[in-house]
Design a protein around this ligand. Structure first.
Ligand code: SAT
Ligand code: MN
Length: 584
């Protein structure tokens, strides 16, 4: 037994006072036992095991369905180290405040100790966390999302180098809910929520907020990015990492199925949410997916939008807050199938198709093992990762941002990432559909000062001998009737192919003030119903007036960041000369 882990577990148990402590090994029989306990007390409901083998339903508390950004804190000694985009609490204050809440909070409950490994086995990228939790649902989800149990303890050995994550669901009271990160202590304290991003501590808390701090000091990047491999007709695979905010289609893009006309290509899924990237011996940037499963948004997942996700979730999957049919089926809005005639909605109320209310919560989720994905890359567990040729940034923008463009160079790419914006989604509590700056899709996940983070990106550019090319995409532009112009989903491959061709130096581009734009003939739109060359030209248009407004918003955004690197400010000034009003 690792003495550092043992000492910490003893200390936590003294405070939280569980009835029992269970060390999670990751075995099958342990899983069965936990499932049975959950079934007995209603924490899980079994789906029809013939149609959905190994699948379960979970309904969360009504007030606990998404990340809570306003209750998420970075607790560094200096407030400046949390920066202008994070909530900050002094470490002593956070330890004291949550320490009170943890006192005796596990009385009458079992405390589970989950050792977990983020990253493939035997990989120099991989890191160990230990999560202590009083939630069986969390254990069962962590089991899918990370490599848990003995494999992690083996990796750790006698070392004390692990992230300490303490989680208690408390009473699920949102007035006593805190998600606190102590980057200087490699520690996470989460209280009062059972929801994914708040409670599965390996994911956003460790793999992004804590890991971004580690990467800053160890010369690597922890990013909110999917990783995919794009195989061309010759069988050559090029890897792309892409950052989009939560619930903007990362899972769909990572599992893309080519349209019929491009069926000679193939997309391989390496990861759908998080990328850890290091400089390889060959001077390229190499990425691993630190996770082992997908915690994907259910609504909108259909045969058309993401057939591979449906196949991935056909067994051994936990569905949270979707609609539960009386026949042990599941359904959600945008599934593309008929809903059951009668069921129970995410709130636990009786539901029929004529209820006039949502059956599934907009942020309802599936938790499914990555290895079940039909498009999973043969390289997804490669300890060295995969070499990244292109980084793609993208947001949900009804206007302004064109379908795709390429940055001039790494530095400009950092500017493009730093200024990206997106409409908010149901993945976090708060208003939906409001445009906000979400730099590199990391606004809620960067665990330190965003100005330092931008500087880290710029510094990395100087250290990578052969850096990926950086692009920006926007699938979400709408017409005057509010309808999406671009067909999206599988057809996004058409844009990826332009990116691929640019990486290989096979096509030219037009220089514009915001970056290199495709020549319309270089994006294949063959076979797209009702989408014409004119539509494409409209999607590539840079509207001077809206970009004038955009530049103004970028100015206001940058004014919020006292530590903004000069290089980024320079890029702003160039853009302002093109689009800004004089003297602004
Ligand atoms: O934060 S979660 O991991 O629950 C999902 C997301 O918002 O990206
Ligand atoms: Mn995410």
């Amino acid at each position: 037994m690792n003495t550092a882990v043992k000492a910490w577990v003893d200390e936590v148990a003294k405070t939280t006072q569980p009835d029992k402590i269970v060390w999670i090994t990751g075995s099958e029989s342990e899983k069965k036992g936990l499932e049975n306990e959950c079934l007995a007390d209603g924490e899980l409901i079994a789906l029809d095991q013939k149609k959905h083998p190994g699948c379960f339903y979970h309904r969360s508390a009504r007030n606990d369905v998404a990340r809570v950004e306003h209750l998420t804190f970075i607790c560094s000694h200096k407030q400046e180290d949390a920066g202008p985009t994070n909530n900050w609490m002094a470490p002593q204050e956070a330890y004291a405040k949550l320490g009170e809440l943890y006192k005796g909070c596990m009385r009458g409950r079992t405390m589970y100790v989950i050792p977990y490994l983020m990253g493939p086995e035997n990989s120099p990228f991989s890191k160990v966390g230990i999560e202590i939790t009083d939630s069986r649902y969390v254990v069962l989800n962590m089991r899918i999302m990370a490599r848990i149990g003995d494999v992690a303890m083996r990796h750790l050995g006698e070392s004390g180098d692990f992230v300490k994550g303490l989680h208690s669901k408390g009473e699920l009271d949102e007035n006593k809910r805190y998600i606190c990160h102590f980057p200087e202590d490699n520690t996470i304290w989460s209280f009062g929520s059972g929801y994914g991003g708040n409670a599965l501590l390996g994911k956003k808390c460790f793999a992004l907020r804590i890991a971004s701090n580690l990467g800053r000091h160890e010369d690597w990047l922890a990013e909110h990015m999917l990783i995919l491999g794009l195989e061309d007709k010759k069988g050559e695979v090029t890897y792309i990492a892409a950052a989009f905010p939560s619930a903007c289609g990362k899972t769909n893009l990572s599992m893309l199925v080519p349209p019929e006309i491009l069926k000679d290509y193939k997309v391989w899924t390496v990861g759908d949410d998080i990328a850890w990237m290091r400089i390889g011996k060959d001077g390229r940037l190499w990425a691993v997916n630190p996770e082992a499963g997908f915690f994907g948004v259910a609504p909108g997942t259909s045969k058309k939008s993401n057939p591979n996700a449906l196949l991935t979730t056909s067994r051994n999957t936990i569905f949270t807050n979707v609609l539960l049919g009386d026949d042990g089926s599941i359904w959600w809005e945008g599934m593309g199938t008929e809903p059951p005639e009668h069921g129970t909605d995410w709130k636990g109320d009786a539901w029929t198709p004529s209820s006039g209310s949502l059956g599934a919560h907009p942020n309802s989720r599936f938790t499914a093992p990555a290895e079940q994905c039909p498009s999973i890359s043969p390289e997804w567990q490669n300890p060295e990762g995969v070499p990244i040729s292109a980084i793609v940034f993208g947001g949900r923008r009804a206007k302004v941002a064109p379908l795709v463009y390429q940055s001039f160079d790494w530095k400009h790419g950092v500017f493009v990432g730093a200024t990206m914006a997106s409409e908010t989604t149901a993945a976090a509590n708060g208003k939906v559909g409001v445009v906000r700056r979400d730099p590199m899709a990391m606004l809620p996940f960067c665990g330190y000062n965003i100005g330092d983070y931008f500087q880290h990106w710029l510094d990395m550019g100087k250290k990578i001998p052969n850096p990926p090319k950086i692009f920006h995409v926007n699938w979400f532009r709408t017409d005057d009737n509010g309808k999406f112009i671009w067909p999206g989903f599988g057809n996004n491959l058409r844009v990826l192919l332009w990116i691929l061709a640019r990486c290989k130096g096979e096509v030219g581009a037009t220089q514009s003030p915001i970056g290199y734009l495709p020549n319309p003939d270089d994006i294949n739109i063959e076979g797209l119903d009702g989408f014409t060359r004119q539509s494409l030209i409209a999607l590539l248009d840079i509207d001077k007036e809206s970009w004038g407004q955009e530049v103004q918003e970028i100015k206001e955004w940058f004014e919020r960041i006292p530590k903004l690197p000069d290089d980024l400010h320079k890029r702003y000034r160039v853009l302002n000369e093109w689009f800004g009003t004089p003297h602004s």
